[in-house]
Design a protein around this ligand. Structure first.
Ligand SMILES: NC(=O)c1ccc[n+]([C@@H]2O[C@H](COP(=O)([O-])OP(=O)(O)OC[C@H]3O[C@@H](n4cnc5c(N)ncnc54)[C@H](O)[C@@H]3O)[C@@H](O)[C@H]2O)c1
Length: 288
């Protein structure tokens, strides 16, 4: 696939603005569309801040940063975003109906040949595609990691109906963005990354609950033993334990009880001990 000229990103939240910035930094034109004016404003600020950081770190010249910023448009207009786009990436809220609705509207407006990707982290590609009627075979999972401009991986996921050609186009798109691409060949909850990491963290939680080691020592063991930048428990606190419990409940339904949250973990969430955002999780935090 030739490097796409124009990428439409649907949803300009944390992931959407990052994907738009990434595309612009790779020389593409990016249009991020959101229904929220506030989200669009925040997206512009986030991109400015991130580009300034690249310049400060000497990774990008001021000229190239300004050029990249000039290739990003933020809009509330779906037709403007999708018009002439060769790639459409959906990055709206993780709710099936919302994703199906947004993709359903986009598919009517975007060119017939546009690559159609969803950045869902948890939902079934096949189920999202089921809302797209005759376009179902075009949808492919294109899973970026947070923050998209920094993380080196893109996980491409084949839905049950996804055409093989779209998997290859998604791979080429990820590579054109400078990413390493892996392909999850069967749409399966948790794909490759979330499934593997969820159970690793759960094992850490179980060791903590069994009194085998402190949270600090478990995290340190994994960081220094396996070169992880963060420990699974501290990262769980950062992302929110409610989000984690919700995710592993879904994985347990799909893959069995080995993913079932422990009673201790459920109690933490019930008690509002959600991690950094609530001031306490596996660790205690200073109030923000
Ligand atoms: N945050 C992460 O670490 C991460 C990592 C990988 C994948 N994801 C996935 O990426 C997607 C987006 O997540 P996020 O963290 O950027 O969420 P977010 O809440 O920051 O952004 C979602 C955006 O979608 C917008 N939106 C809602 N309905 C819309 C509509 N009808 N049309 C257009 N925009 C609409 C919201 O206004 C919001 O700005 C989700 O599917 C999520 O699971 C998130």
């Amino acid at each position: 696939m030739q490097a796409p000229d124009k990428v439409a990103v649907l949803g300009a939240g944390i992931m959407g603005n990052g994907i738009a910035q990434l595309a612009a930094m790779a020389g593409m034109t990016a249009v991020a569309r959101d229904v929220s004016a506030e989200a669009l404003r925040r997206a512009g600020d986030a991109i400015d801040t991130s580009l300034a950081r690249f310049v400060k770190a000497g990774k990008l010249s001021a000229h190239d940063a300004a050029a990249a910023r000039g290739r990003v448009t933020l809009t509330a207009d779906l037709a403007e975003a999708t018009d002439g786009a060769s790639v459409v990436i959906e990055a709206v809220t993780e709710v099936l109906d919302v994703k199906q609705q947004v993709l359903g509207e986009a598919v009517e407006l975007a060119p017939e040949h546009a690559l159609l990707g969803t950045n869902t982290s948890q939902l079934s590609i096949t189920t999202i595609a089921a809302g797209l009627g005759e376009h179902a075979s075009r949808l492919v999972g294109v899973h970026f990691f947070n923050p998209p401009v920094m993380m080196r991986l893109v996980e491409v996921i084949a839905g049950l109906q996804t055409r093989p050609s779209e998997i290859e186009r998604a791979r080429a798109f990820g590579e054109a963005l400078g990413k390493q691409v892996v392909v999850c060949r069967k749409d399966s909850p948790g794909f490759i990354t979330s499934r593997a990491y969820a159970i690793l963290r759960l094992e850490c939680v179980k060791m903590l609950e069994e009194g085998i080691a402190t949270a600090e020592d478990i995290d340190t063991a994994l960081k220094l033993g396996f070169n992880f930048p963060m420990g699974p428990l501290e990262l769980g606190d950062m992302n929110g334990l409610d989000t984690y419990v919700h995710a592993i409940e879904g994985l347990a339904d799909a893959h069995g009880d080995r993913f079932r949250p422990t009673v201790g973990l459920r109690n933490m969430v019930a008690a509002g001990r959600l991690g950094r955002k609530s001031g306490a999780g596996f660790y205690e935090y200073e109030p923000r």
